[in-house]
Write a protein that binds this ligand. Structure first.
Ligand SMILES: [Zn+2]
Length: 543
Protein backbone atom coordinates (compact mmCIF):
# COMPACT_ATOMS: atom_id res chain seq x y z
CA UNK A 1 0.00 0.00 0.00
CA UNK A 2 1.49 3.28 -1.01
CA UNK A 3 0.87 6.11 1.40
CA UNK A 4 0.23 6.58 5.06
CA UNK A 5 -2.43 5.19 7.38
CA UNK A 6 -3.12 6.31 10.93
CA UNK A 7 -4.69 3.72 13.24
CA UNK A 8 -6.28 5.61 16.13
CA UNK A 9 -8.05 4.65 19.31
CA UNK A 10 -6.44 1.23 19.66
CA UNK A 11 -4.69 -0.77 22.35
CA UNK A 12 -1.35 -1.33 20.65
CA UNK A 13 0.75 -3.98 22.40
CA UNK A 14 4.20 -2.48 22.36
CA UNK A 15 6.21 -4.51 24.87
CA UNK A 16 9.36 -6.06 23.50
CA UNK A 17 10.65 -7.35 26.80
CA UNK A 18 9.90 -11.05 27.11
CA UNK A 19 10.27 -10.88 30.88
CA UNK A 20 7.62 -8.21 31.24
CA UNK A 21 4.80 -9.80 33.18
CA UNK A 22 2.28 -7.09 32.34
CA UNK A 23 1.43 -5.47 29.03
CA UNK A 24 2.06 -1.91 27.88
CA UNK A 25 -0.42 -0.47 25.45
CA UNK A 26 -0.19 2.65 23.31
CA UNK A 27 -3.12 4.17 21.47
CA UNK A 28 -1.93 5.02 17.99
CA UNK A 29 -0.02 3.37 15.15
CA UNK A 30 1.10 5.08 11.96
CA UNK A 31 2.02 2.98 8.95
CA UNK A 32 3.91 4.45 5.99
CA UNK A 33 4.20 2.18 2.96
CA UNK A 34 5.39 -1.19 4.26
CA UNK A 35 6.78 0.01 7.60
CA UNK A 36 5.70 1.28 10.97
CA UNK A 37 6.38 5.03 11.12
CA UNK A 38 5.24 5.73 14.67
CA UNK A 39 3.67 4.13 17.75
CA UNK A 40 2.51 6.21 20.68
CA UNK A 41 0.11 8.90 21.77
CA UNK A 42 -2.50 10.19 19.35
CA UNK A 43 -1.55 13.77 20.20
CA UNK A 44 1.98 13.56 18.83
CA UNK A 45 3.14 15.96 16.12
CA UNK A 46 3.86 12.99 13.81
CA UNK A 47 0.21 11.93 13.92
CA UNK A 48 -1.01 15.47 13.31
CA UNK A 49 1.30 16.03 10.35
CA UNK A 50 0.41 12.63 8.83
CA UNK A 51 -3.28 13.50 9.05
CA UNK A 52 -2.67 16.99 7.71
CA UNK A 53 -0.97 15.53 4.65
CA UNK A 54 -3.97 13.36 3.84
CA UNK A 55 -3.26 10.04 5.55
CA UNK A 56 -6.11 7.56 5.73
CA UNK A 57 -7.42 7.36 9.31
CA UNK A 58 -8.79 4.11 10.74
CA UNK A 59 -10.62 4.08 14.08
CA UNK A 60 -9.78 0.85 15.90
CA UNK A 61 -12.62 1.35 18.41
CA UNK A 62 -10.45 0.16 21.29
CA UNK A 63 -9.40 -3.11 19.65
CA UNK A 64 -6.12 -4.77 20.62
CA UNK A 65 -3.28 -4.73 18.10
CA UNK A 66 -0.39 -7.18 18.45
CA UNK A 67 2.57 -7.95 16.21
CA UNK A 68 1.69 -10.59 13.62
CA UNK A 69 2.61 -14.03 14.90
CA UNK A 70 5.64 -16.06 13.88
CA UNK A 71 5.42 -19.85 14.10
CA UNK A 72 8.84 -20.88 15.40
CA UNK A 73 8.58 -24.52 14.45
CA UNK A 74 6.45 -25.95 11.67
CA UNK A 75 6.55 -27.99 8.45
CA UNK A 76 5.07 -25.95 5.61
CA UNK A 77 4.77 -28.35 2.70
CA UNK A 78 3.62 -31.24 4.88
CA UNK A 79 1.00 -28.95 6.42
CA UNK A 80 -0.22 -27.88 2.98
CA UNK A 81 -0.29 -31.43 1.65
CA UNK A 82 -2.11 -32.49 4.81
CA UNK A 83 -4.89 -30.01 4.13
CA UNK A 84 -5.76 -32.06 1.05
CA UNK A 85 -5.81 -35.44 2.85
CA UNK A 86 -8.92 -37.11 4.20
CA UNK A 87 -9.30 -36.10 7.85
CA UNK A 88 -10.17 -39.10 10.06
CA UNK A 89 -10.14 -37.26 13.39
CA UNK A 90 -13.87 -37.88 13.94
CA UNK A 91 -13.56 -41.66 13.43
CA UNK A 92 -13.98 -43.52 16.71
CA UNK A 93 -13.68 -47.12 15.47
CA UNK A 94 -12.24 -49.18 12.64
CA UNK A 95 -15.73 -49.35 11.09
CA UNK A 96 -15.84 -45.53 11.02
CA UNK A 97 -12.42 -45.40 9.37
CA UNK A 98 -13.31 -48.02 6.81
CA UNK A 99 -16.54 -46.25 5.84
CA UNK A 100 -14.84 -42.85 5.59
CA UNK A 101 -11.94 -44.11 3.49
CA UNK A 102 -14.26 -46.12 1.25
CA UNK A 103 -16.58 -43.16 0.57
CA UNK A 104 -13.63 -40.88 -0.08
CA UNK A 105 -12.04 -43.38 -2.47
CA UNK A 106 -15.28 -43.75 -4.43
CA UNK A 107 -15.66 -39.97 -4.64
CA UNK A 108 -12.11 -39.56 -5.99
CA UNK A 109 -11.53 -41.99 -8.86
CA UNK A 110 -8.92 -39.57 -10.28
CA UNK A 111 -6.49 -39.98 -7.39
CA UNK A 112 -3.58 -42.35 -7.77
CA UNK A 113 -3.31 -42.80 -3.99
CA UNK A 114 -5.67 -42.44 -1.06
CA UNK A 115 -4.04 -40.23 1.57
CA UNK A 116 -5.57 -39.84 5.03
CA UNK A 117 -4.54 -38.10 8.22
CA UNK A 118 -5.48 -37.74 11.89
CA UNK A 119 -6.05 -41.41 12.66
CA UNK A 120 -6.44 -41.90 16.40
CA UNK A 121 -4.46 -45.08 17.01
CA UNK A 122 -6.77 -45.82 19.94
CA UNK A 123 -9.70 -46.10 17.48
CA UNK A 124 -8.20 -49.41 16.29
CA UNK A 125 -6.61 -50.29 19.65
CA UNK A 126 -3.26 -49.61 18.04
CA UNK A 127 -3.86 -52.34 15.43
CA UNK A 128 -2.63 -51.35 11.98
CA UNK A 129 -2.40 -54.26 9.57
CA UNK A 130 -2.28 -53.84 5.81
CA UNK A 131 -4.77 -56.68 5.44
CA UNK A 132 -7.42 -54.68 7.35
CA UNK A 133 -7.42 -52.08 4.54
CA UNK A 134 -6.96 -54.29 1.50
CA UNK A 135 -10.61 -54.78 0.56
CA UNK A 136 -11.40 -51.03 0.69
CA UNK A 137 -9.70 -50.03 -2.55
CA UNK A 138 -6.94 -51.45 -4.77
CA UNK A 139 -4.98 -48.18 -4.83
CA UNK A 140 -2.23 -47.49 -2.27
CA UNK A 141 -3.77 -46.25 0.98
CA UNK A 142 -1.69 -44.26 3.49
CA UNK A 143 -3.26 -43.42 6.84
CA UNK A 144 -1.17 -41.08 8.95
CA UNK A 145 -1.49 -41.21 12.73
CA UNK A 146 -2.69 -38.14 14.58
CA UNK A 147 0.77 -37.48 16.04
CA UNK A 148 2.32 -37.72 12.54
CA UNK A 149 4.83 -40.24 13.85
CA UNK A 150 3.59 -43.23 11.85
CA UNK A 151 1.67 -44.34 8.78
CA UNK A 152 -0.64 -47.30 8.37
CA UNK A 153 -0.27 -48.71 4.85
CA UNK A 154 -2.35 -51.17 2.87
CA UNK A 155 -0.61 -53.88 0.79
CA UNK A 156 -0.56 -51.74 -2.36
CA UNK A 157 1.23 -48.99 -0.44
CA UNK A 158 3.74 -51.47 1.01
CA UNK A 159 4.26 -52.77 -2.51
CA UNK A 160 5.16 -49.36 -3.91
CA UNK A 161 7.48 -48.82 -0.92
CA UNK A 162 8.99 -52.31 -1.24
CA UNK A 163 12.43 -51.37 -2.57
CA UNK A 164 12.78 -48.63 0.00
CA UNK A 165 11.63 -50.90 2.83
CA UNK A 166 14.18 -53.51 1.82
CA UNK A 167 17.01 -51.03 1.44
CA UNK A 168 16.39 -49.43 4.84
CA UNK A 169 15.52 -52.55 6.87
CA UNK A 170 18.70 -52.33 8.94
CA UNK A 171 18.58 -48.59 9.38
CA UNK A 172 15.00 -48.44 10.66
CA UNK A 173 14.80 -51.83 12.42
CA UNK A 174 11.66 -52.09 14.54
CA UNK A 175 10.18 -48.88 13.13
CA UNK A 176 9.02 -51.06 10.24
CA UNK A 177 6.47 -53.38 11.85
CA UNK A 178 6.60 -57.00 10.60
CA UNK A 179 4.53 -60.17 10.71
CA UNK A 180 5.76 -63.53 12.02
CA UNK A 181 7.33 -64.28 8.65
CA UNK A 182 9.32 -61.02 8.78
CA UNK A 183 7.33 -59.23 6.08
CA UNK A 184 6.25 -55.61 6.62
CA UNK A 185 2.79 -55.86 8.17
CA UNK A 186 1.38 -52.37 7.65
CA UNK A 187 2.67 -49.89 10.23
CA UNK A 188 5.70 -47.77 9.39
CA UNK A 189 6.70 -45.66 12.37
CA UNK A 190 9.06 -42.96 13.66
CA UNK A 191 12.34 -42.76 11.71
CA UNK A 192 11.00 -44.88 8.86
CA UNK A 193 7.88 -42.75 8.62
CA UNK A 194 9.76 -39.43 8.72
CA UNK A 195 12.79 -40.57 6.76
CA UNK A 196 11.11 -42.73 4.12
CA UNK A 197 7.31 -42.38 3.84
CA UNK A 198 7.17 -38.58 4.03
CA UNK A 199 9.93 -38.02 1.46
CA UNK A 200 8.44 -40.70 -0.81
CA UNK A 201 4.97 -39.17 -0.75
CA UNK A 202 6.31 -35.65 -1.17
CA UNK A 203 8.46 -36.77 -4.08
CA UNK A 204 5.48 -38.55 -5.62
CA UNK A 205 3.51 -35.29 -5.73
CA UNK A 206 3.63 -33.34 -8.94
CA UNK A 207 5.14 -29.87 -8.82
CA UNK A 208 1.69 -28.37 -9.33
CA UNK A 209 0.33 -30.32 -6.33
CA UNK A 210 3.21 -28.99 -4.25
CA UNK A 211 2.60 -25.42 -5.37
CA UNK A 212 -1.10 -25.74 -4.55
CA UNK A 213 -0.24 -27.19 -1.14
CA UNK A 214 2.18 -24.34 -0.38
CA UNK A 215 -0.34 -21.70 -1.45
CA UNK A 216 -3.07 -23.30 0.66
CA UNK A 217 -0.76 -23.53 3.66
CA UNK A 218 0.28 -19.88 3.33
CA UNK A 219 -3.36 -18.72 3.01
CA UNK A 220 -4.38 -20.65 6.12
CA UNK A 221 -1.39 -19.25 8.01
CA UNK A 222 -2.24 -15.65 7.13
CA UNK A 223 -5.88 -16.18 8.19
CA UNK A 224 -4.62 -17.61 11.46
CA UNK A 225 -2.56 -14.49 12.18
CA UNK A 226 0.94 -15.47 11.11
CA UNK A 227 3.25 -13.30 9.04
CA UNK A 228 6.27 -15.57 9.34
CA UNK A 229 7.44 -19.09 9.99
CA UNK A 230 10.52 -21.06 10.89
CA UNK A 231 10.35 -24.22 8.79
CA UNK A 232 11.89 -27.12 10.66
CA UNK A 233 12.89 -29.84 8.21
CA UNK A 234 13.50 -28.39 4.78
CA UNK A 235 14.47 -30.67 1.90
CA UNK A 236 14.76 -30.39 -1.86
CA UNK A 237 11.13 -31.19 -2.78
CA UNK A 238 9.77 -28.39 -0.64
CA UNK A 239 12.61 -25.97 -1.35
CA UNK A 240 12.42 -26.33 -5.12
CA UNK A 241 8.67 -25.74 -4.96
CA UNK A 242 9.17 -22.64 -2.81
CA UNK A 243 11.74 -21.25 -5.22
CA UNK A 244 9.40 -21.81 -8.15
CA UNK A 245 6.53 -20.23 -6.25
CA UNK A 246 8.65 -17.18 -5.50
CA UNK A 247 9.57 -16.83 -9.17
CA UNK A 248 5.86 -16.82 -10.07
CA UNK A 249 4.36 -14.65 -7.35
CA UNK A 250 4.87 -12.73 -4.16
CA UNK A 251 5.11 -14.92 -1.03
CA UNK A 252 3.54 -12.75 1.67
CA UNK A 253 5.00 -14.49 4.73
CA UNK A 254 8.66 -14.62 5.71
CA UNK A 255 10.30 -18.03 5.89
CA UNK A 256 13.53 -19.09 7.58
CA UNK A 257 14.26 -22.76 6.96
CA UNK A 258 16.39 -25.36 8.69
CA UNK A 259 17.74 -28.00 6.31
CA UNK A 260 17.12 -31.55 7.54
CA UNK A 261 20.28 -33.57 8.16
CA UNK A 262 19.19 -37.12 9.05
CA UNK A 263 21.34 -39.37 11.18
CA UNK A 264 23.08 -42.21 9.39
CA UNK A 265 25.47 -44.88 10.63
CA UNK A 266 27.53 -43.93 7.61
CA UNK A 267 29.21 -40.65 8.58
CA UNK A 268 29.95 -39.98 4.94
CA UNK A 269 26.20 -39.62 4.32
CA UNK A 270 25.83 -37.16 7.18
CA UNK A 271 28.72 -35.21 5.70
CA UNK A 272 27.02 -35.08 2.31
CA UNK A 273 23.75 -33.78 3.78
CA UNK A 274 25.62 -31.25 5.85
CA UNK A 275 27.62 -30.02 2.87
CA UNK A 276 24.40 -29.63 0.94
CA UNK A 277 22.96 -27.57 3.81
CA UNK A 278 26.07 -25.38 3.97
CA UNK A 279 25.93 -24.77 0.21
CA UNK A 280 22.21 -23.90 0.39
CA UNK A 281 22.88 -21.57 3.32
CA UNK A 282 25.52 -19.72 1.29
CA UNK A 283 23.22 -19.47 -1.72
CA UNK A 284 20.10 -18.45 0.23
CA UNK A 285 21.81 -16.57 3.03
CA UNK A 286 19.70 -14.53 5.45
CA UNK A 287 21.77 -11.45 4.60
CA UNK A 288 20.76 -11.75 0.93
CA UNK A 289 17.10 -12.77 1.25
CA UNK A 290 16.04 -12.61 4.90
CA UNK A 291 12.44 -13.36 4.01
CA UNK A 292 13.17 -16.68 2.32
CA UNK A 293 16.42 -18.13 3.55
CA UNK A 294 18.18 -21.28 4.70
CA UNK A 295 19.29 -20.32 8.16
CA UNK A 296 20.47 -23.58 9.67
CA UNK A 297 20.17 -27.32 10.00
CA UNK A 298 17.72 -29.56 11.80
CA UNK A 299 18.73 -32.78 13.55
CA UNK A 300 16.51 -35.29 15.34
CA UNK A 301 18.09 -36.58 18.54
CA UNK A 302 15.21 -38.63 19.92
CA UNK A 303 11.53 -39.45 19.43
CA UNK A 304 8.45 -38.55 21.49
CA UNK A 305 7.23 -39.41 25.00
CA UNK A 306 3.90 -40.81 23.80
CA UNK A 307 5.63 -43.38 21.61
CA UNK A 308 8.16 -44.18 24.39
CA UNK A 309 10.95 -43.11 22.05
CA UNK A 310 12.22 -39.97 23.83
CA UNK A 311 15.63 -40.70 25.42
CA UNK A 312 15.16 -40.73 29.20
CA UNK A 313 17.47 -41.47 32.13
CA UNK A 314 15.20 -44.35 33.18
CA UNK A 315 13.11 -46.99 31.39
CA UNK A 316 9.50 -46.14 30.62
CA UNK A 317 6.96 -47.64 33.01
CA UNK A 318 6.47 -51.28 32.01
CA UNK A 319 9.80 -51.50 30.14
CA UNK A 320 13.27 -52.50 31.26
CA UNK A 321 15.43 -51.12 28.46
CA UNK A 322 16.72 -47.56 28.16
CA UNK A 323 16.07 -45.53 25.02
CA UNK A 324 19.26 -43.94 23.71
CA UNK A 325 19.52 -40.68 21.80
CA UNK A 326 19.53 -41.18 18.02
CA UNK A 327 22.96 -39.56 17.57
CA UNK A 328 26.09 -40.96 19.26
CA UNK A 329 27.58 -38.10 21.31
CA UNK A 330 30.82 -37.83 19.34
CA UNK A 331 29.12 -37.79 15.93
CA UNK A 332 26.66 -35.17 17.17
CA UNK A 333 29.51 -33.00 18.45
CA UNK A 334 31.40 -33.17 15.16
CA UNK A 335 28.28 -32.41 13.11
CA UNK A 336 27.20 -29.48 15.27
CA UNK A 337 30.71 -28.04 15.31
CA UNK A 338 31.04 -28.17 11.56
CA UNK A 339 27.63 -26.54 11.02
CA UNK A 340 28.26 -23.82 13.60
CA UNK A 341 31.72 -23.08 12.17
CA UNK A 342 30.10 -22.62 8.75
CA UNK A 343 27.77 -20.00 10.24
CA UNK A 344 24.61 -22.08 10.39
CA UNK A 345 22.20 -22.17 13.29
CA UNK A 346 21.61 -25.64 14.60
CA UNK A 347 18.15 -26.74 15.72
CA UNK A 348 18.04 -30.10 17.46
CA UNK A 349 14.95 -32.05 18.37
CA UNK A 350 15.45 -33.25 21.97
CA UNK A 351 12.58 -34.23 24.27
CA UNK A 352 13.93 -36.65 26.92
CA UNK A 353 16.38 -35.50 29.62
CA UNK A 354 19.24 -37.63 28.24
CA UNK A 355 18.78 -36.39 24.67
CA UNK A 356 18.57 -32.80 25.97
CA UNK A 357 21.79 -33.06 28.02
CA UNK A 358 23.68 -34.63 25.17
CA UNK A 359 22.37 -31.99 22.75
CA UNK A 360 23.33 -29.10 25.03
CA UNK A 361 26.80 -30.65 25.49
CA UNK A 362 27.29 -30.66 21.71
CA UNK A 363 26.18 -27.04 21.41
CA UNK A 364 28.42 -26.00 24.33
CA UNK A 365 31.39 -27.77 22.73
CA UNK A 366 30.85 -25.90 19.45
CA UNK A 367 31.38 -22.76 21.53
CA UNK A 368 29.59 -20.06 19.60
CA UNK A 369 27.26 -18.39 22.11
CA UNK A 370 26.25 -15.65 19.66
CA UNK A 371 25.00 -18.21 17.15
CA UNK A 372 21.51 -18.55 18.66
CA UNK A 373 21.46 -22.32 18.49
CA UNK A 374 18.14 -23.93 19.28
CA UNK A 375 16.80 -26.97 21.03
CA UNK A 376 13.37 -28.06 19.84
CA UNK A 377 10.67 -29.20 22.32
CA UNK A 378 12.74 -29.53 25.56
CA UNK A 379 9.87 -31.34 27.24
CA UNK A 380 11.69 -33.15 30.07
CA UNK A 381 14.77 -31.03 30.79
CA UNK A 382 16.57 -31.38 34.12
CA UNK A 383 16.81 -28.28 36.33
CA UNK A 384 20.51 -28.04 35.54
CA UNK A 385 19.86 -28.13 31.79
CA UNK A 386 17.17 -25.46 32.06
CA UNK A 387 19.91 -23.18 33.44
CA UNK A 388 22.41 -24.19 30.78
CA UNK A 389 19.99 -23.30 27.97
CA UNK A 390 19.91 -19.71 29.23
CA UNK A 391 23.64 -19.53 29.99
CA UNK A 392 24.62 -20.74 26.54
CA UNK A 393 22.31 -18.38 24.66
CA UNK A 394 20.24 -21.27 23.33
CA UNK A 395 16.68 -20.69 22.18
CA UNK A 396 14.10 -22.83 23.94
CA UNK A 397 11.80 -23.66 21.05
CA UNK A 398 8.59 -24.76 22.75
CA UNK A 399 5.08 -25.81 21.72
CA UNK A 400 2.20 -25.25 24.11
CA UNK A 401 0.00 -27.63 22.17
CA UNK A 402 2.26 -30.54 23.13
CA UNK A 403 1.56 -30.01 26.82
CA UNK A 404 -2.21 -29.93 26.42
CA UNK A 405 -3.42 -32.16 29.27
CA UNK A 406 -5.47 -34.22 26.80
CA UNK A 407 -2.13 -35.50 25.48
CA UNK A 408 0.33 -34.98 28.30
CA UNK A 409 -1.39 -36.34 31.41
CA UNK A 410 -0.76 -39.85 30.05
CA UNK A 411 2.98 -39.02 30.20
CA UNK A 412 2.81 -38.71 33.98
CA UNK A 413 2.08 -42.43 34.10
CA UNK A 414 4.99 -43.54 31.94
CA UNK A 415 7.83 -41.32 33.15
CA UNK A 416 9.11 -41.16 36.73
CA UNK A 417 7.68 -38.47 39.04
CA UNK A 418 10.92 -36.48 39.37
CA UNK A 419 11.04 -36.02 35.59
CA UNK A 420 7.33 -35.34 35.24
CA UNK A 421 7.68 -32.58 37.87
CA UNK A 422 10.04 -30.81 35.47
CA UNK A 423 7.91 -31.28 32.36
CA UNK A 424 7.29 -28.38 29.98
CA UNK A 425 9.13 -25.89 32.21
CA UNK A 426 8.49 -22.93 29.89
CA UNK A 427 8.56 -20.21 32.54
CA UNK A 428 11.73 -21.63 34.06
CA UNK A 429 13.56 -21.28 30.73
CA UNK A 430 12.50 -17.66 30.52
CA UNK A 431 13.46 -16.91 34.12
CA UNK A 432 16.91 -18.38 33.48
CA UNK A 433 17.55 -16.03 30.59
CA UNK A 434 16.71 -18.14 27.54
CA UNK A 435 15.01 -16.85 24.44
CA UNK A 436 11.68 -18.70 24.55
CA UNK A 437 10.13 -18.98 21.09
CA UNK A 438 6.68 -20.47 20.59
CA UNK A 439 5.77 -22.75 17.70
CA UNK A 440 3.07 -25.21 16.72
CA UNK A 441 4.98 -28.12 15.12
CA UNK A 442 2.13 -28.42 12.64
CA UNK A 443 1.15 -30.78 11.04
CA UNK A 444 2.03 -33.00 14.01
CA UNK A 445 -0.18 -30.67 16.05
CA UNK A 446 -2.78 -27.95 15.55
CA UNK A 447 -1.41 -24.85 13.80
CA UNK A 448 -3.68 -22.29 15.46
CA UNK A 449 -1.83 -19.74 17.59
CA UNK A 450 -4.58 -18.71 20.02
CA UNK A 451 -5.23 -22.16 21.56
CA UNK A 452 -1.44 -22.59 21.72
CA UNK A 453 -1.19 -19.31 23.66
CA UNK A 454 -4.01 -20.57 25.90
CA UNK A 455 -2.01 -23.75 26.65
CA UNK A 456 1.15 -21.90 27.67
CA UNK A 457 -0.63 -19.25 29.75
CA UNK A 458 -3.24 -21.35 31.58
CA UNK A 459 -1.52 -24.77 31.37
CA UNK A 460 -4.99 -26.19 30.72
CA UNK A 461 -6.52 -27.99 27.77
CA UNK A 462 -7.52 -25.93 24.76
CA UNK A 463 -9.16 -28.99 23.21
CA UNK A 464 -11.33 -29.74 26.25
CA UNK A 465 -11.31 -26.58 28.36
CA UNK A 466 -13.89 -28.11 30.71
CA UNK A 467 -11.23 -30.51 32.05
CA UNK A 468 -9.95 -29.59 35.51
CA UNK A 469 -6.36 -30.69 34.71
CA UNK A 470 -3.64 -28.06 35.03
CA UNK A 471 -0.11 -29.09 34.03
CA UNK A 472 2.34 -27.50 36.52
CA UNK A 473 0.76 -24.08 36.80
CA UNK A 474 3.97 -22.48 38.11
CA UNK A 475 5.53 -22.91 34.64
CA UNK A 476 2.83 -20.79 32.99
CA UNK A 477 3.85 -17.75 30.96
CA UNK A 478 1.88 -14.55 31.43
CA UNK A 479 -0.14 -13.44 28.44
CA UNK A 480 2.36 -10.73 27.49
CA UNK A 481 5.27 -13.17 27.83
CA UNK A 482 3.44 -15.67 25.65
CA UNK A 483 2.69 -13.06 22.98
CA UNK A 484 6.38 -12.07 23.06
CA UNK A 485 7.33 -15.75 22.62
CA UNK A 486 5.14 -15.88 19.52
CA UNK A 487 6.40 -12.54 18.12
CA UNK A 488 9.54 -10.65 19.26
CA UNK A 489 11.26 -13.72 20.72
CA UNK A 490 10.38 -15.81 17.69
CA UNK A 491 11.88 -13.07 15.50
CA UNK A 492 15.03 -12.99 17.65
CA UNK A 493 15.36 -16.76 17.39
CA UNK A 494 15.82 -16.43 13.62
CA UNK A 495 17.86 -13.15 13.61
CA UNK A 496 14.93 -11.04 12.38
CA UNK A 497 14.43 -8.75 15.37
CA UNK A 498 15.88 -5.75 13.54
CA UNK A 499 13.04 -5.76 11.00
CA UNK A 500 10.03 -7.55 12.47
CA UNK A 501 8.45 -9.15 15.53
CA UNK A 502 7.46 -6.01 17.44
CA UNK A 503 5.58 -2.80 16.87
CA UNK A 504 8.24 -0.14 16.81
CA UNK A 505 9.06 2.55 14.27
CA UNK A 506 11.17 1.33 11.37
CA UNK A 507 10.06 -2.30 11.45
CA UNK A 508 7.80 -3.95 8.90
CA UNK A 509 4.13 -3.18 9.43
CA UNK A 510 3.23 -6.79 10.28
CA UNK A 511 0.42 -6.73 12.81
CA UNK A 512 -2.97 -8.13 13.79
CA UNK A 513 -6.13 -6.35 14.77
CA UNK A 514 -7.64 -8.65 17.38
CA UNK A 515 -11.17 -9.22 18.55
CA UNK A 516 -10.21 -10.15 22.10
CA UNK A 517 -10.33 -9.43 25.78
CA UNK A 518 -6.79 -9.14 27.17
CA UNK A 519 -6.97 -12.17 29.45
CA UNK A 520 -5.39 -15.61 29.19
CA UNK A 521 -8.67 -17.19 30.31
CA UNK A 522 -10.47 -15.59 27.35
CA UNK A 523 -8.01 -16.62 24.62
CA UNK A 524 -10.23 -19.40 23.29
CA UNK A 525 -12.88 -16.80 22.47
CA UNK A 526 -10.37 -14.44 20.84
CA UNK A 527 -10.29 -14.00 17.07
CA UNK A 528 -7.95 -12.48 14.54
CA UNK A 529 -10.01 -9.70 12.87
CA UNK A 530 -7.37 -8.53 10.43
CA UNK A 531 -3.89 -9.62 9.39
CA UNK A 532 -1.67 -6.84 8.02
CA UNK A 533 1.61 -7.74 6.36
CA UNK A 534 4.00 -5.06 5.15
CA UNK A 535 1.29 -2.44 5.45
CA UNK A 536 -1.24 -4.39 3.39
CA UNK A 537 -4.39 -5.90 4.80
CA UNK A 538 -4.07 -9.55 3.80
CA UNK A 539 -6.99 -10.97 5.77
CA UNK A 540 -10.27 -9.63 7.06
CA UNK A 541 -12.48 -11.83 9.20
CA UNK A 542 -16.03 -11.59 7.95
CA UNK A 543 -17.78 -13.87 10.43
ZN1 LIG B 1 8.58 -30.67 13.97
Amino acid sequence: MAGTTVFRNGRIFSAEDALATTADFLECLVVKDDKIAYVGSENDEKVKSAEASGAEVIDLSGQVVVPAFIDSHMHLLQFGLGLAKLNLSECKSFEDIKAAVSNYAKAHPEMSRILCRQWHQSATNGKALASMLDDIDPRPIYIEARDCHSTWCNSAALEELRERLEATADLYGEDIHRDDAGRPSGLVAEGAHLGMVWPFLTGACSMSERLTALNNAIDVYIESGYAGIVEMAMENNAWDALQLLRSQQDIPIHIAAHWAVPYSKDEQQIEEHLNEAIAKHREFHPSKSPELCIIGIKLFNDGAIGGCTAALSHPYMGYTNLVDPIWPADVLKRTVKKAVDAGLQVAIHAIGDVAISQTIDAIAAANHPQGRQRVEHLQLASAEDVKRVGQLGITASIQGVHMDPVVSTAYSRIVKPHLWEQAFAFRDFLDHGACVALGSDTPTARHLPLPNLYNVTTRRSAVRPELPDVVHEHYALTLSQAIAAQTSQAAYSRFAESWTGSLTAGKLANFLVMDMVWSAEKLLEAKVSQTWIKGQKRFQNTT
